[in-house]
Design a protein around this ligand. Structure first.
Ligand code: DON
Length: 347
């Protein structure tokens, strides 16, 4: 919504949130983390999609948006990059809205694989891909997106991401073409699933849709807003627009916690304990239910395809503020206090 059409109350709230964020000591925490990890140069930019290799490996943005619509951005938080696999839980959400849980679960499971994101394995007993976060499962999920034809299906995805981000979302055509030109493995998985009746015979169209969803452009601020929308029961806390039915939010978060980091998912759940999703362009989105969304962007990836600096930022935030989902009786620093403007944080 642009300012002209915003109600007076919304405008004042927005202004108040900006003032609160500007004066809150939490900004300094994010600045500290940014300068602490900026020097980390482990990992490498993804090259298997040639267009992704053009990313500057030093880009580094950190953003947090709270369920009360406070925003914190440091570093390259406005730098656009493609969502890649971060799109997967959101498309899963739309498939659930289109068909309901029981039908979706006949086409894709919710079981972690312990395998890489591009694993070609299907569950032998059901022929389903294991979960919606690995490529095979994401292709099966994209196949479920309703629409009369390809443009309508794509338009529905763009609109959905627009609700989460609170702005119109666009596709990076160069990345899309690059991914489509080199996506033989994904194409093979699509056809294998067609053989087993897990996807419909519009599989080529569905692959196009999958390549398009991966090529949608966001920045770390957008990731934080998307995460905050899930943290806020499916309503974008800035625009107040509902992006997904509240009862489905937990489906996305459970799948993100168990499968969002691929073959690092178990260790991630153990060490960090934040439902999260990574993408090979270097994005990482996390959700602290009821509290906030966190977005980090840094294109250097580890061997499992997860952003190296992103993992470090999340580890720090989780440990320092007790953000692990199973944390109880945390005695450390209160993030709630830090979010308050400076004066009240000291009292
Ligand atoms: O299908 C692919 O290979 C990419 N479009 C998405 C993979 C991805 O982001 C894996 N995440 N770490």
């Amino acid at each position: 919504m642009d300012r002209e059409h915003q109600g007076k109350g919304d405008y004042l709230n927005d202004l108040l949130n900006k003032m609160k964020s500007a004066a809150s000591p939490f900004r300094d925490v994010l600045r500290e983390l940014h300068s602490q990890y900026q020097a980390v140069d482990e990992g490498a930019v993804a090259t298997y999609i040639p267009e992704l290799a053009k990313a500057n490996p030093d880009w580094f943005g950190i953003s947090v948006v709270t369920a009360e619509a406070q925003s914190f951005d440091v570093g390259d938080s406005q730098q656009l990059f493609t969502m890649q696999s971060i799109s997967k839980p959101f498309v899963f959400g739309l498939a659930l809205e289109d068909h309901g849980r029981e039908h979706v679960l006949t086409k894709v499971g919710v079981e972690p694989t312990g395998e890489a994101f591009n694993s070609i394995l299907l569950d032998e007993s059901s022929n389903r891909p294991f979960n919606p976060m690995v490529n095979a499962g994401a292709i099966a999920t994209a196949d479920l997106i309703n629409g009369r034809d390809f443009p309508e299906r794509l338009e529905r995805l763009l609109k959905m991401f627009g609700r989460y981000c609170g702005r119109d979302v666009y596709i990076d055509n160069a990345v899309f073409l690059s991914e489509r030109a080199t996506g033989h493995r994904n194409r093979a998985m699509g056809h294998l699933m067609l053989n087993f009746g897990m996807v419909s015979d519009r599989v080529e169209e569905t692959l196009e849709l999958y390549f398009q969803q991966c090529s949608m452009l966001v920045n770390s601020h957008d990731l934080a807003v998307m995460g905050a929308t899930l943290a806020n029961g499916g309503v974008n806390p800035i625009t107040k627009t509902r992006a997904i039915k509240s009862e489905l939010v937990k489906d996305l978060l459970a799948s993100m916690l168990s499968c969002g980091m691929y073959d690092y998912a178990g260790e991630w759940a153990y060490r960090v304990g934040i439902p999260a999703k990574s993408g090979v362009a270097g994005g990482l989105l996390g959700v602290i239910p009821g509290k906030m969304g966190i977005g980090v962007f840094s294109p250097r990836l580890d061997s499992k395809g997860n952003t190296v600096r992103g993992i470090k930022v999340f580890q720090q935030l989780s440990e320092r503020f007790g953000l692990h989902i199973f944390e109880s009786g945390f005695q450390g620093e209160s993030i709630g206090r830090l979010l308050q403007p400076e004066r009240s944080a000291r009292t």
